[in-house]
Design a protein around this ligand. Structure first.
Ligand code: CP3
Length: 354
């Protein structure tokens, strides 16, 4: 083709955005800001368009996905959009019987715990998720110079939902498999790595400018177990999407002790929760990586002055870092006042303008 594709045009337009420059650790006009779960229940316009439509169904409708993804960009002036979907969408797409229950999370009808169960995890093909490709095409056309972040669940976090059958506090079935049958565990994670890599590639090929791998629950592991039992699968995912020129972000909750390894797994940007300060995170991650984080999402309930004080603490702790992306330490809580988010974006932009 001689004409640049729409996808290439989208990425070219976003190439010099503050967000992508920060991912590459280049100088920025201001510290870029976006929020995990910026689309969702904190926004009245989200609750309105979602009325009567189940979560998973909404992820399969390109018109809705496009509208919901754009809502926080319009309202908050954030520096990036994140594709509206869920980490379990590719699993649903290959035929796993699961649902997202409001107020609960993903629930899997038949948990995966034996070797025979592994056969249910077939590879993901682009034709399984045509609505993803279509929605990203619509989005990159609308977003112009605002980058779109694609994402997927990391093998450990997906395994946790599949093995437990739903959300879990202690991940006991998951850990029983990991400690008790390392070979089956490795095969399970390897299959999930292939599905995850395929899901990210589909998003990149459709026009996503960056990708984030969510290993939300991996903070439940000790570093030695992470290195032995999880890191090979996460590395496989990062390696599979290297070479597209698209920054790779890696995030988990309670991962203070794992930050170095999560960078080593192949991320360009490491996400940090609120439990350690950004300057300490810089030391733990080591040189050469950008960092994303890390305001406690609950701070947004404390009033404007407290929000600004705590946001400034984050900015100060990251001041010497080339490549800071301001974010929360985890997702926006559903009852957050959206105006507090809009004001926070404004605060970070104003107080970091170079
Ligand atoms: O704005 C964004 O960040 C993009 C959208 C997004 C959703 N899920 C939409 C969603 C993203 C990036 C995710 C990822 C996701 N899903 C993760 C990793 C991020 C994290 O929070 O650690 C995890 C662990 C899941 C699994 C999941 N899906 C949970 C725990 C829940 C919440 C259940 C509930 O009702 O409290 C979901 C459902 C979900 N995914 C919602 C949204 C907006 C809420 C559903 C609704 O609005 O009815």
């Amino acid at each position: 083709r001689t004409e640049p594709s729409q996808q290439q045009t989208g990425r070219t337009a976003a190439h010099d955005s503050a967000f992508l420059r920060a991912c590459r650790r280049e100088p920025v006009p201001h510290t870029p800001v976006w929020f995990m779960r910026q689309a969702g229940r904190s926004l009245p316009e989200y609750r309105k368009v979602r009325e009567g439509i189940p979560m998973l169904e909404s992820c399969m409708r390109p018109d809705l996905v496009t509208e919901i993804t754009l809502q926080p960009v319009r309202r908050h002036n954030v520096d990036a959009a994140i594709f509206f979907s869920d980490i379990v969408v590719p699993l649903k797409a290959i035929g796993i019987d699961l649902d997202i229950k409001p107020g609960v999370g993903p629930v899997v009808a038949q948990p995966i715990r034996t070797r025979a169960d592994l056969d249910r995890l077939r590879p993901l093909d682009p034709s399984d998720v045509p609505y993803v490709t279509e929605a990203i095409g619509l989005l990159t056309a609308e977003l112009g110079a605002t980058p779109l972040i694609g994402f997927a669940g990391a093998p450990f976090t997906l395994a946790s939902y599949l093995v437990e059958g739903g959300p879990s506090r202690n991940h006991e079935h998951t850990k029983a498999l990991m400690y008790g049958d390392p070979e089956l565990w490795a095969d399970l994670l390897d299959r999930l790595a292939d599905i995850t890599a395929a899901f990210l590639k589909i998003q990149i090929e459709a026009g996503a400018s960056a990708v984030q791998l969510f290993d939300s629950w991996v903070g439940a592991l000790a570093p030695a177990d992470y290195r032995r039992s999880v890191m090979p699968a996460s590395t496989k995912v990062f390696d599979a999407v290297a070479g597209h020129g698209v920054p790779r972000i890696h995030f988990g909750v309670g991962t203070g002790e794992l930050l170095g390894l999560m960078g080593e797994a192949g991320a360009d940007v490491v996400g940090v929760d609120w439990r350690i300060p950004m300057d300490e995170a810089v030391r733990r991650v080591g040189p050469g990586k950008a960092l994303q984080g890390n305001l406690d999402p609950a701070v947004l309930f404390a009033g404007r002055e407290a929000v600004e004080t705590k946001a400034q603490e984050v900015l100060d702790a990251a001041a010497d870092l080339p490549g800071h992306i301001f974010n929360l330490g985890h997702g926006v809580l559903p009852s957050t006042d959206p105006d507090a988010l809009t004001r926070l974006v404004e605060y970070v932009h104003e107080h970091t303008a170079r």
